[in-house]
Design a protein around this ligand. Structure first.
Ligand SMILES: [Zn+2]
Ligand SMILES: [Zn+2]
Length: 350
């Protein structure tokens, strides 16, 4: 099969298209013919060597996978050849630790992110997936839109619904609103009935955000203090919830924009920089500092239902074929992409 392999860490040039053996699934696994694979910022960090935990090279990157089952191991019960599926990205789960028992698979000590370790990842024609990780894909959802549901929609489903507990009474600020997480976070906040304000630092998809029903899109340079605008828009009250997909560059303006007792949900961090703050700045306002770490299988299943029902629209920034994975990484790193970049994988093009 054709696969894009990173033999070592480095620039996008380390991504090489190679022909390797198709892997053989174990008893509790299936072989999926990959139709699409989302290109996540995590993939870039692994390629660069910035993220190293449980990573081993050479590696086939990619954990945002959708496709069709082409063969099954002996113990597979719930799935069959021909099923269209989307995948939870954490494999090798123990199913007995306190995290697995409560659905928080990302924290299982045995968990391995597909696409971090060795030659089994989504930047390939075929990938092996554990049965537990599979969710059936309704016919209405195309594979390219499905591929990133777990990572880009499930994560903010967790942030907006479970952690942020957004209600129709809330005004919600989403930072990085046109990014892969943000553009889906605003849809979920709107679905929860909230008034939504979006902050962006590039003009991409501003019209699209308005079309989704965002009340106001704030466009500033990165690092600029947008809190006076929030002040104006909320009559000095601030925002009740922040879904923060940016982190350090917006920390100060977000802190100043929070309403009394606001919920600040940290979902992303786009730089390696630290921030300095006094805990009193948090507790004197009664701010709840919260965060999300990945999504559970339940989040994936719920997100698939929302997409199927047309309530959330997966937004694709750009599609690249597998052999152009390098260009996909370059496009992600250069920024300005509204939504998720996706590799569409079809053997005919290779
Ligand atoms: Zn991802
Ligand atoms: Zn576990």
């Amino acid at each position: 099969m054709w696969a894009v392999v990173a033999k070592e860490t480095g620039g996008s040039d380390v991504l090489a298209l190679v022909n390797i053996e198709i892997p053989i699934p174990g008893e509790g696994q299936v072989l999926v013919k990959v139709e699409a694979c989302g290109v996540c910022r995590h993939d870039v960090l692994v390629r660069q060597g910035v993220f190293r935990q449980n990573v081993s090279y050479p590696v086939i990157l990619g954990h945002e996978i959708s496709g069709e089952i082409v063969s099954t191991g002996k113990k597979i019960k719930k799935f069959k050849t021909g099923d269209r599926v989307v995948c939870l990205p954490w494999s090798n789960l123990c199913h007995v630790c306190k995290y697995c028992q409560t659905g928080r698979n990302a924290s299982c000590p045995d968990a391995v992110l597909i696409g971090d370790t060795g030659l089994n990842g989504g930047y390939a024609e075929y990938v092996i997936i554990d049965e537990y990780n599979l969710v059936k894909l309704p016919d209405q959802i195309p594979c390219d839109e499905a591929s990133f549901i777990s990572c880009a929609i499930g994560t903010v489903f967790n942030g907006v619904i479970d952690i942020g507990k957004v209600t129709p009474r809330d005004t919600v600020l989403v930072t990085g609103a046109n990014g892969g997480l943000g553009i889906h976070a605003i849809q979920l906040a709107l679905l929860s009935g909230a008034r939504v304000i979006a902050h962006v630092t590039s003009a991409d998809a501003m019209d699209e955000l308005i079309d989704f029903g965002v009340d106001k899109v704030i466009f500033t340079d990165r690092g600029e203090d947008f809190s006076p605008i929030i002040d104006d828009l909320t009559h000095g009250n601030g925002v009740d919830v922040v879904i923060d997909c940016v982190g350090t560059p917006v920390f100060r303006p977000v802190l100043k924009s929070m309403a009394q007792y606001g919920r600040w949900v940290l979902c992303g961090q786009v730089t390696g920089d630290f921030v300095k703050f006094s805990p009193a700045q948090i507790f004197l306002k009664g701010i709840n500092l919260l965060s999300t770490y990945g999504s559970t299988k339940e989040h994936l299943e719920s997100s698939v239902r929302l997409v199927k029902d047309g309530k959330v629209k997966p937004v694709i920034a750009k599609r690249f074929s597998l052999e152009h994975a390098k260009d996909a990484h370059n496009a992600l790193e250069s920024g300005g992409n509204a939504g998720r970049i996706v590799l569409t994988i079809s053997g005919e093009n290779l």
